[in-house]
Design a protein around this ligand. Structure first.
Ligand code: FA5
Length: 328
């Protein structure tokens, strides 16, 4: 048994030994072993506690107090080092783990369709132009022969920003911008987003994509329009596509037509077109006696639905990766 006056210096020495062993320890396994050597059943402090009973009663209390004080402190020192190693293990880099796969993004199916359509028209000599998404009412309606109180405005219920500005409801205002800023002959296509107060349903979206086409030159006829669009549809859907022109109405073309293709046994409307209305030429200061032209506007979403067999337009706008990843 250690004399009482040697107890404290001995504990001091042991504690220093404990501290240096803890510092060197690199694994939780080592911590386990250190704890066993100092505080375990066969540990040095436990052995000393066992001798308490053999001490004379006047020493017992003091020796017990000192031993328990060191015991508590050692538990704490060991616990701290253990937490430190645990934290390190959790954050450390393990070079033997396999790498995390890095996913490359890819174009959206609407964009793929847009580019495919654009390529065909560019190949036929059309030039791509871009118009703003926020438009003057004059460009979206008035200059296109849709006066303020004309019922044709109801065909495209709109999002107004001010009473003179709105989110464009179609790409047709780009026709006006091009005719105002350039001299004919003109051959342009203009893809982009358009906005309408339409509820989402399987074939309608409140924001969708259109592509406008405009051809202005001398003596342009409906035969040119028809030949160009049929050729385009054959390039896009295949040589055997069945195409139908139906008389229709747009304020900015006369005559006007809707074009449908036969898809899965049904006729499906895919675009609107017609010969540029004389009022539109007048609105941009071109003489309708000298100039002629045709225009068309197609719904890119509808083309994408047919191309990929998508039954519901909403799938394009939900951002669901399980859907989008199929178009790589
Ligand atoms: C127009 O927007 C005319 N500007 C097209 C035009 C241009 C005619 C030049 C003549 C000359 P319409 O509202 O029909 O027309 O829309 C054209 C195409 O956009 C439709 O054939 C359809 O494919 C698509 N579309 C219309 N509304 C929606 C909608 N809510 N969601 C998705 N596609 C739509």
């Amino acid at each position: 048994m250690r004399p009482i006056h040697e107890l404290q210096p001995w504990l001091e020495d042991e504690e220093n030994r404990l501290r240096s062993r803890l510092r060197e320890a690199q694994t939780l396994q080592e911590i386990q072993e250190i704890r066993a050597a100092f505080l375990g059943k066969k540990g040095v402090l436990t052995a000393e506690l066992k001798t308490l009973r053999a001490r004379p009663p006047e020493e017992r209390k003091e020796a017990g107090r000192v031993l328990n004080q060191y015991k508590a402190r050692w538990e704490q020192l060991i616990g701290e080092r253990r937490s430190q190693l645990e934290a390190q293990a959790a954050s450390s880099f393990d070079p033997t783990l396999p790498g995390r796969p890095y996913r490359l993004g890819h174009d959206h199916p609407l964009w793929l369709t847009l580019e495919e359509i654009l390529d065909i028209f560019v190949g036929m000599g059309f030039e791509e132009v871009v118009g703003p998404l926020v438009e003057w009412e004059r460009y979206n309606f008035e200059a296109l022969n849709i006066p303020r109180h004309h019922p044709a405005r109801d065909m495209q219920s709109s999002f107004f920003i001010t009473d003179r500005m709105l989110l464009r409801t179609h790409t047709s205002p780009v026709q006006i911008r091009v005719m105002e800023s350039r001299k004919p002959p003109l051959r342009v296509v203009s893809p982009g987003r358009v906005f309408r107060v339409d509820e989402f349903d399987p074939t309608h979206a409140p924001a969708f994509f259109q592509m406008e086409g405009l051809y202005v030159d001398r003596e342009v006829s409906f035969a040119h329009l028809k030949g160009t669009l049929v050729r385009f549809l054959q390039r896009f859907f295949g040589e055997n596509v069945e195409v139908r022109f139906l008389p229709s109405y747009f304020p900015f073309t006369e005559p006007s037509a809707e074009v449908a293709i036969r898809w899965k046994g049904e006729w499906l409307e895919v675009l609107g077109c017609g010969m540029v209305h004389p009022h539109v030429f007048e609105a941009v200061g071109l003489d309708p006696e000298r100039w002629t032209g045709y225009a068309f506007g197609l719904g890119i979403d509808r083309f994408a639905m047919i191309r990929y067999g998508i039954p519901d337009i909403r799938l394009f706008y939900q951002g669901d990766l399980r859907f989008l990843r199929q178009f790589r």
